[in-house]
Design a protein around this ligand. Sequence first.
Ligand SMILES: NC(=O)c1ccc[n+]([C@@H]2O[C@H](COP(=O)([O-])OP(=O)(O)OC[C@H]3O[C@@H](n4cnc5c(N)ncnc54)[C@H](OP(=O)(O)O)[C@@H]3O)[C@@H](O)[C@H]2O)c1
Length: 305
Amino acid sequence: MTTFSPVGMKKIIVVAGSTGNLGNRICRELIKRGAEVRAIVRASADPEKIDTLKKMGVTVFTVDLNNIDEIAQACAGAGCVVSAVAGLRDVIVDLQKRMLDGAVKAGVPRFIPSDFCTDYTDLVPGENRNFDLRREFKAYLDRAPIKASSVFNGAFADILKYNTPVLNLKDKSIGYWGDKADWKLDFTTVDDTAAFTAEVALDDSAPEKLQIASFQISPNTLLEDMKSVTGETFRIHQLASLEDFARFIKKQRADNPAGENELYAKWQQAQYMYSMFTTQHNQLANGRYKNLTWTTAESYLSVIT
Ligand SMILES: NC(=O)c1ccc[n+]([C@@H]2O[C@H](COP(=O)([O-])OP(=O)(O)OC[C@H]3O[C@@H](n4cnc5c(N)ncnc54)[C@H](OP(=O)(O)O)[C@@H]3O)[C@@H](O)[C@H]2O)c1
C-alpha cells in the first residue's frame, strides 16, 4: 500500500458528516493538528454549515454520494476517511458502503466508521437496532482491503442534560436497573470524542477498536457528585429489573412500528440505556495520545446544573 504523508507534506484526511455536530468538531480538531481536511458533503447541505467549514480551513467537495467514482475522486491521496454520518439503514449501511467503496477505489489505506457509541462487539445482536446497523456495516468493512479503526465512546455526556431516568434534573432523581447502583457507565463529551478521533485519523498504527470515556460513573457516585456540585439532595431508586426492562423495550418497540423509521425512537433510547447497563468499557485507550486531556464528571456536571 502507498505511503501518504511524505516528509513535509500534510496528511490528507477526508471527513463525511462534516456538517453534523460531531463531524464538524472532528474537522476542527484535525485542522488544529495540521492536517489537510477535505469534507465530502451532499448538494442539499446547509450553505451556512459549508461556510463555517470553509472558514475553518476545510476544503469542501460537494459530491453525488450515489456515485462511487465521485467519492473516489474526492478521496484521492487521502490517508484516512472518517465517517461521522448519522442515520438509519440508508445511511449507516448503504451510504457508508458506497463511501467505503469510493475510499477503496482511491487506494485510501484507512477508514473510521461512524460507530461513536458503546462498544457493541460483545453485545447480543437484536438488542439495539442502531448497533445492529453498525454491525452489519462492520461485516462489510472487515472484508474490504482497508484498515479500520472504530471509536467507542459510550454515551455522549449530553444525555445527562436531558432528564432521562438515569439523571433527572427536574425531579432530582437518579435511577438504575437491576442491582447496578455501583455499575460504571461510560460517558464522553462530543469535544473529547472529536479530539480523540482526530488523533486516531492521524495515527496509522491505531488498532481496530478503541474504547474511550471522558468519565465512568456509577449511579451511586453520580448521587454523591450531584450533591457536591449542586448542594442539593437527589433521590436514587431502582427503576426495574434488567429482565423487566428488556421485556418493556420489546413491547414498546412492537407497539410503535413508526419508530423503525426514526433515528432516536423512544424504544431506541431505552435500548441504549439497556446497553449501558449491560456492557462497560474495560480497556480504555484514553492514555494513547499523551497530549489529550479528558473532561471530568465533576467539571461536566457543574456546567450542566
Ligand atoms: N453515543 C452517543 O450517545 C451518540 C449520540 C448522538 C450521536 N451519536 C453518533 O455520532 C455520530 C454523529 O452524529 P451527530 O449527532 O454528529 O449527527 P448529526 O449532527 O445529525 O449530523 C449527521 C451528519 O450526517 C450527514 N447525513 C445524514 N444523512 C445523510 C445522507 N442521507 N446523505 C449524506 N449525508 C447524510 C448530515 O449531512 P447533512 O448536513 O447534509 O444533513 C450530517 O453531516 C453518529 O454515528 C451518531 O449515531 C452517538
